[in-house]
Design a protein around this ligand. Structure first.
Ligand code: GLC
Length: 504
């Protein structure tokens, strides 16, 4: 693979705790992931991005990191992690891991030291009283008091104290952490909450100082050959967003505008054009993301009357026509995979899993649920352990009881059931990823004017993608159909369907 593999890569997101359980304790782990590497190879992805795998009390699913240089014992050992990296590389699959620089865990050595010794508090934000009235992103106040009376800042859960990036020791620590993992062969980092690191008296998002950090990280990545930095940068202002992708900063960042978009031709066209206009001048490849571990699964979202993604679970439980959502999710997958740049597939997306919205409150683990006083359902519904095989839970996930319950109805959605069904979501993803590798990825597009309800464009290779978002079937442009998200109607493209065509 080339040095710039990341420009057009298909990156599969592994939420390790829910991927596959190798030791029967009900939680996914490295043994489970290693045993499923052939599945990922067969799916046709270029890279894996793993959510945090570090030792963690799991107050926020591992985003409360207690030790940035280790592996959570529930997931395995450092030795297993190294073997996993090697095995992935042998299959020509790159490995990207998560780094969490905004905050740590109350169980980290630095925070424990800070609690024990008030003179060791400068690595975090401690003060005699809250310096502002900020609310935590998970609900409730962003300041928590410690027994000796001081308060510390946490933009997320109280178990996730924010680092003080005005302290040079924090900079040195993270550069060292990057090297620790680059030395062990990881190909890149997904940078969590990347715009939040610096705080002023009044703001915590997108302060200018943050760019110096990523410039420095880019230098570190460069020392190892072109390893990749991928930002989680949720900024609506595209000009500000683009600053993170300047040639000496991060390589790419997630496209949350596209992810949040309604299933609507004008909105999708706006988002695609905006994305291209933002990325092209700086030479950064766009990314296309339909889901991740924080958002409602597309099958459920696209089946609702309001198909946007809204934070805070605002649409949770509103009626969803899952058949319609499934059909649209298929069409959306082909649309996303045809666009220029890299694409993300969140585990289970390739199985067409819906959001699980009827979890009993007592099994919910996401702190968003508890901290919102139960008004926000949290993100557990998109983190249910994967169904691999068989007719009943745990569906081959492992031998133990999964840490979140799987719906009985998932028997139709197991990887095993879909493998032999040519019309399954799994086979659609596999075929699309294969064609994408040959004909799509990095580059440009040319829009075809096929009407307001139709998103149609041709790529440099000559492949044309056409998505019909209107209600009536539309005629297809000339070409040979190589893949379709659903059946055609008398040679016409029905509603909520995407087709790929090559030149005749
Ligand atoms: C990011 C992660 C999310 C986590 C939060 C705090 O948004 O994607 O899962 O809860 O950061 O680390």
């Amino acid at each position: 693979m080339s040095q710039t593999w990341w420009r057009g890569a298909a990156i599969y997101q592994v939420y390790l705790r829910s991927f596959a359980d190798g030791n029967g304790d009900g939680a996914g782990d490295l043994a489970g992931l290693r045993s499923r590497l052939p599945y990922l190879k067969d799916l046709g992805i270029d890279a894996i991005w793993l959510n945090p795998w570090y030792p963690s009390p799991m107050a926020d699913g591992g985003y409360d990191v207690a030790d940035y240089r280790g592996i959570e014992p529930v997931f395995g050992t450092l030795d297993e992690a190294e073997r996993f990296i090697e095995e992935a590389h042998e299959l020509d699959i790159k490995v990207i891991i998560d780094v969490v620089p905004n905050h740590s865990s109350t169980e980290s050595a630095w925070f424990k030291e800070a609690l024990a010794d008030p003179a060791a508090r400068d690595r975090f934000w401690f003060a005699d009283e809250p310096l502002n009235d900020w609310q935590s992103i998970f609900g409730g106040p962003a300041w928590t008091q410690v027994p000796d009376g001081q308060w510390y800042l946490h933009l997320f859960a109280p178990e996730q104290p924010d680092f003080n990036w005005a302290n040079p020791e924090v900079h040195r620590e993270f550069e060292d952490v990057l090297r620790f993992w680059f030395d062990r062969g990881v190909d890149g980092f997904r940078i969590d909450s990347a715009a939040l690191l610096f705080k002023s008296d009044t703001r915590y998002e997108d302060l200018d100082e943050v760019h110096d950090v990523y410039r420095r990280w880019r230098e570190v990545a460069g020392e190892y050959g072109e390893r990749v930095l991928i930002g989680e940068v949720w900024l609506p202002d595209q000009e500000r967003f683009a600053l993170y992708l300047r040639p000496d900063e991060m390589h790419t960042a997630f496209n949350f505008d596209f992810l949040s978009c309604a299933w609507d031709p004008a909105d999708l066209r706006r988002s695609i054009d905006l994305t291209l206009a933002t990325h092209t001048p700086i030479g950064a490849p766009p990314t296309w993301v339909l889901s991740n571990h924080d958002v409602t699964r597309p099958v459920t979202r696209y089946g609702r009357a309001d198909t946007t993604f809204a934070h805070g679970g605002a649409l949770h439980g509103t009626p969803s026509d899952l058949e319609l959502g499934y059909r649209r999710a298929r069409a959306a997958a082909l649309l996303a995979m045809a666009l220029p740049g890299s694409v993300y597939v969140y585990q289970g997306e390739e199985l067409g899993l819906p959001e699980v919205e009827d979890l009993p409150d007592e099994v919910r683990q996401d702190p968003m649920h508890a901290r919102s006083g139960g008004t926000n359902p949290g993100r557990d519904g998109c983190r249910i352990p994967l169904p691999w095989s068989g007719d009943e839970p745990p569906f081959g996930f492992g031998t133990g009881t999964p840490w979140l319950p799987q719906p009985e109805s998932w028997r139709k959605l197991t990887a095993e059931a879909q493998r032999t069904d040519l019309g399954s979501m799994l086979n659609l993803y596999r075929t699309a990823l294969g064609l994408r590798r040959e004909l799509l990825g990095d580059g440009t597009l040319t829009w075809l004017p096929l009407g307001e309800q139709v998103l149609a464009f041709t790529r440099d290779s000559g492949l044309t993608s056409v998505t019909n978002l209107g209600t009536d079937p539309v005629p297809l442009p000339a070409g040979k159909v190589v893949l379709s998200s659903g059946p055609l109607e008398d040679g016409r493209l029905p509603s909520d369907t995407t087709v790929w065509l090559t030149e005749l």
